[in-house]
Design a protein around this ligand. Structure first.
Ligand code: ZN
Ligand code: ZN
Length: 554
C-alpha cells in the first residue's frame, strides 16, 4: 500500500472502532496517525518499525498496524472489525454526512442492516424519533444516498429533472439557436444514466450555459459537449445544424427498438418530427411513449390525445398523516390537496400490524373516522374519504376484522413485511388479498424501490386477472422510487379492463406533488384517461365505490 492508502485505511479503522463503541483514546490515536501520515514523503514500505514509530503523531501501537498495512494491505484488528460488521452497515459508513456515531444508532438502536432499509426508514420518518437526528439530517441522508447512486451511474428521473429543466431552459435562451431535451431524458425514463440535449448553438455558447447552470468537468469534443450536472449525472449536449435538427432529434431521442421499427430514416425525410410520423401513415408519437412495444400499433389506430396527463387527475388517494407515519396532520393534508385544485382525498394511514409506522389500532380507526366526518362538514364540497392502507399479512389476509374493513370507503391493500418471497407464494398472497371483498386498490404491487431493491417477484398477468375478476384497481405508486406497478404492465391491465390509480403515497404535503411523476410513468404505459381511477370526477368516483360495494355483495 502507498502512504495515502495506509492513511485512509487507518482513518477507516478509526471510524469502524467508533462504530463499535471502542475506547475513545485508541480511536483518537488512529485518527491522528492517519492525519499525520499524509505529510510523510518517504514511502512507508521503505521504513523500519522503529522509523515509523518515530514519525510525529504516530505511537507504538499504531506503528505496528502501519507496517502491516504498508507491507500486507491489512492488519488483524481491522479484519476483525470488518468481519463483525454487516456489509450493509459498512456501506452506510460511506454515506456523506453519516458519521460512525449516527451509523451506530441506526444499526444498534434501530436494527437497520442495509442502505435500502435506511432509506425506507427515512421515508417513513422513523429517523427523526432517534436522538441526534432531525428532519434536516434525515433529508441530507436521503440526498447523500441519491448522490452516491448517481455516482454509480444512475439516478431517479425526479431527482435529475430539476437540473435537466434548468439546463434545457438556458440552452433554449441562447439567441438564434434551437434546443431540445433528447434521449432517455426526453422520453422521461424512470431512471436516467445521463441528461442529454440537442442544440444548434456554438460550442463556446453551450459551454457558457453549462458553467452558468452549475455543471462541472466540462469537456468539448467534435460533436458534443460533455459535463457533470450538480445532481451527479453526466450531461451531453449534442450539436446539430439547424437544417438537420429534427432528423437528429428523432435519432437521438430513440430508443433503438423504436427507430428499428420505423425503418431507415434519411435526413431529407425528416424536416419535422410530427410530419415525419404522418408521412408513415401514423399519428405523432410523443417521445415518452416511444419505449412502448405497442406504440406504433396504437399510432396507426389514432392519436394520443386520450392518454392520461397530470392535469386530468382530480383526486388524491393513498395518503398518510400524523395518525400513522406522516409529517402533516390529516387536516393539513386535506387542505393541501384542496389548495392544489383536487376535489377529493382519501386518508390511508397504516393498519395495526405496521407497528413501526404507528399503524392504527381499531380504537384509533374509530377516532379517525370522527375526524374525517368533522372535516367533511367543514370542507364540503371537497370530500375526504375514509381509507386505510391495510397490510397484506403473510397468508394474504387483511389486517382488521371484516366488519371494520367494510366500514372504510376504500381499502388500499399493500405488502410491507416478509418481502423475501418466492414467485408462487408472493403471487398467491397478493391474489388472496385482491379477492377480499373490501379491497379497492392493490398498493405498490411488487414493493420495489428503483435502484435499491428489486421487490418480490410476482406473476403480473395472474395478479391483473385477479384484479379484473374482483373489480380491484391497481396502484401506480407515484413516488419516484417506486413507480410500481411498472408502466410496462399497464397496457395488459387495460386490456383486462382493470383501472389504474395514480397515488402519491404522500407522507407529507410536499409528497402530493409526486402525482406528476406517476402521470409521466402512466403515459409511458399508454394509460388512457378512461382507465385512470383518480381521473374520475368526485361524483363518478362515488358511483365507482358504490358499484364496487354492490359487486362485493353480489
Ligand atoms: Zn405502503
Ligand atoms: Zn402508504
Amino acid at each position: 500500500m502507498d502512504n495515502i492508502d495506509v492513511a485512509s485505511a487507518l482513518g477507516y479503522y478509526a471510524r469502524l472502532a467508533e462504530l463499535h463503541d471502542q475506547n475513545p483514546y485508541k480511536i483518537k490515536a488512529y485518527a491522528a496517525a492517519a492525519f499525520n501520515l499524509r505529510k510523510v514523503k518517504q514511502p512507508l514500505q521503505s521504513l523500519t518499525q522503529a522509523e515509523v514509530e518515530a514519525i510525529p503523531g504516530v505511537g507504538k501501537s499504531v506503528s505496528k498496524a502501519i507496517v502491516l498495512l504498508a507491507t500486507t494491505g491489512s492488519f488483524p484488528e481491522l479484519e476483525e472489525l470488518e468481519r463483525d460488521t454487516p456489509a450493509g452497515v459498512l456501506d452506510m459508513l460511506h454515506i456523506k454526512g453519516l458519521g460512525p456515531k449516527k451509523v451506530h444508532v441506526i444499526w444498534k438502536n434501530m436494527g437497520l442492516l442495509s442502505v435500502e432499509a435506511l432509506l425506507d426508514a427515512c421515508r417513513e420518518n422513523r429517523l427523526v424519533a432517534q436522538s441526534g437526528f432531525g428532519y434536516k439530517t434525515q433529508a441530507e441522508i436521503i440526498k447523500a444516498i441519491e448522490f452516491a447512486e448517481a455516482g454509480k451511474g444512475s439516478l431517479h428521473y425526479a431527482r435529475a429533472e430539476p437540473d435537466g429543466l434548468r439546463i434545457l431552459s438556458a440552452l433554449q435562451h441562447i439567441n438564434g439557436s434551437v434546443a431540445s431535451a433528447t434521449g432517455a431524458f426526453r422520453r422521461c425514463m424512470e431512471v436516467l444514466q445521463s441528461l442529454d440535449f440537442l442544440s444548434s448553438a456554438s460550442a463556446p455558447e453551450i459551454t457558457q450555459v453549462l458553467e452558468a447552470t452549475g455543471c462541472t468537468e466540462i469537456e468539448t469534443s467534435e460533436t458534443y459537449i460533455a459535463a457533470r450536472a450538480s445532481c451527479g449525472l453526466p450531461v451531453h449536449v449534442l450539436q446539430a445544424e439547424e437544417v438537420s435538427f429534427q432528423h437528429q432529434l428523432l435519432l437521438s431521442t430513440g430508443p433503438e427498438e423504436h427507430l428499428a421499427a420505423l425503418g431507415p430514416v434519411s435526413e431529407a425525410s425528416v424536416t419535422d418530427e410530427e410530419a415525419y410520423y404522418h408521412s408513415l401513415g401514423l399519428h405523432f408519437i410523443p417521445a415518452e411513449v416511444r419505449d412502448h412495444p405497442q406504440a406504433l400499433q396504437e399510432a396507426a389506430k389514432g392519436d394520443f390525445s386520450n392518454l392520461i396527463s397530470f392535469e386530468h387527475l382530480q383526486g388524491v388517494l393513498h395518503n398518510h398523516s400524523t395518525w400513522s407515519d406522516g409529517l402533516n396532520t390529516l387536516e393539513e393534508m386535506a387542505l393541501a390537496c384542496r389548495s392544489k385544485g383536487y376535489t377529493y382525498f382519501a386518508i390511508c394511514d397504516h393498519s395495526r400490524s405496521a407497528a413501526y409506522a404507528h399503524g392504527l389500532e381499531i380504537e384509533r380507526v374509530r377516532q379517525q373516522f370522527k375526524e374525517v366526518e368533522a372535516l367533511n362538514e367543514q370542507l364540503r364540497p371537497f370530500k375526504v374519504f375514509k381509507g386505510i392502507e391495510s397490510d397484506i399479512l403473510a397468508d394474504g389476509s387483511l389486517d382488521y376484522p371484516d366488519e371494520l374493513l367494510a366500514e372504510f370507503d376504500l381499502v388500499v391493500a399493500s405488502v410491507h413485511s416478509n418481502l423475501k418471497m418466492e414467485l408462487e407464494r408472493a403471487t398467491e398472497r397478493i391474489i388472496r388479498a385482491v379477492e377480499h371483498p373490501a379491497t379497492t386498490i392493490l398498493g405498490h404491487p411488487t414493493g420495489r424501490l428503483l435502484l435499491l431493491r428489486s421487490g418480490y417477484p410476482i406473476d403480473h398477468q395472474k395478479v391483473i386477472d385477479a384484479c379484473a375478476a374482483n373489480k380491484v384497481a391497481i396502484e401506480l405508486n407515484a413516488h419516484p422510487y417506486r413507480l410500481d406497478i411498472d408502466w410496462r404492465w399497464i397496457y395488459r391491465a387495460m386490456e383486462k379492463g382493470v383501472m389504474i390509480s395514480i397515488n402519491p403515497d404522500a407522507h407529507e404535503k410536499d409528497g402530493i406533488a409526486d402525482m406528476r411523476f406517476g402521470a409521466l410513468a402512466a403515459r409511458k404505459g399508454m394509460l388512457k384517461r378512461a382507465f385512470c381511477l383518480n381521473a374520475l370526477s368526485l361524483s363518478e368516483f362515488e358511483v365507482y365505490l358504490a358499484e364496487k360495494r354492490a359487486f362485493r355483495r353480489a
